[in-house]
Ligand binder design. Structure first.
Ligand SMILES: O=C(O)c1cc(=O)[nH]c(=O)n1[C@@H]1O[C@H](COP(=O)(O)O)[C@@H](O)[C@H]1O
Length: 281
């Protein structure tokens, strides 16, 4: 029987610490590594990160767009990276932020969450802004495959608040949209131990979130540390008691230390230590 994503993630967090390293091959990073902004540069960048960190870090989040921009050859690099990371015991959260009407959502889900798909990942980021219910095919397939989802709830970017903090006129409780997504996830994860597989994306940049119920019995993917200005020390104030379920993501903050493999590893280990110290893990 496949162990569900939430349980696998909890073990990985306990063993390797809760850090998620984002694999985001920005053109500017390729340039700073002395690489060309083409398929050869993409390949070198990606496998340098994979080889340096695959046995050390708990979770990896490749950003699909940076691979898609090179067409099918870029996607082939992504497929190999996913497979190498998973073979080395890392968990892969595919950051593709998919979201569509239910029948099309089913096809997106098959691309990333069907076990025999070339891009099968441990979890997928999804956008619920066609309505949470539109994600049902992805929720169902994730359950069947032992995979997980990370649903955009309160994103790290300043523009997110006009949507996510808007108050619903169709809700008798007058909740915000972000709070509604968190409530759906809490329902999805009810009764699961050690935690459920359906996570929320909640930015580490957002300051005090005590007006939101972050107790969803599932993981909270927290981007924003490093290049976007948040630090590991901010985590307890932002997440309160939910901090033990937080998976902080750092992309450029680690990647800028390449191409030297030791410098990449040292940076990831430093972030992992600072995060552990901040969250008391
Ligand atoms: O879903 C995400 O991963 C995500 C959500 C969010 O609210 N904010 C956010 O920055 N991200 C992603 O997290 C990564 C952050 O990268 P750095 O700012 O370089 O650490 C990028 O891949 C973003 O696409």
């Amino acid at each position: 029987m496949t162990i569900p994503f939430g349980a696998r993630l909890r073990s990985a967090m306990d063993e390797r610490g809760p850090l998620c390293v984002g694999i985001d091959p920005h053109a500017a990073l390729l340039d700073s590594w002395g690489l060309t902004d083409d398929i050869a540069g993409l390949e070198r960048f990606t496998f340098t990160v994979v080889e340096a960190l695959a046995g050390t870090v708990a979770v990896f989040k490749p950003q699909s767009a940076f691979f898609e921009r090179f067409g099918s050859r870029g996607v082939a690099v992504l497929e190999r990276a996913v497979s190498d990371l998973r073979a080395a015991g890392g968990l892969v959260v595919m950051d593709a932020k998919r979201g569509d009407i239910g029948s099309t959502m089913a096809a997106y889900a098959e691309a990333f969450l069907r076990k025999d798909s070339p891009l099968f990942s441990d979890a997928l980021t999804v956008s619920p802004y066609l309505g949470y219910g539109s994600l049902k095919p992805a929720v169902d397939l994730a359950r069947e495959s032992g995979a997980g989802l990370f649903v955009l709830a309160l994103t790290s970017n300043p523009e997110g608040s006009e949507v996510q903090r808007a108050v619903r006129t169709d809700d008798p409780a007058g909740r915000t949209i972000g709070a509604t997504m968190l409530a759906h996830l809490a329902e999805e994860n009810a009764g699961e131990t050690p935690m459920g597989s359906f996570g929320a994306v909640v930015g580490a940049t957002l300051g005090d979130l005590s007006s939101f119920d972050l107790d969803i019995n599932g993981p909270l993917l927290a981007p924003g540390i490093g290049a976007q200005g948040a630090t590991p020390a901010d985590l307890p104030a932002v997440f309160g008691a939910a901090v033990r379920n937080v998976v902080p993501n750092v992309s450029r903050g680690v990647l800028r230390h390449g191409p030297d493999a030791t410098a990449l590893r040292d940076s990831a280990l430093r972030y992992a230590d600072e995060i552990r110290a901040a969250v008391g893990a």
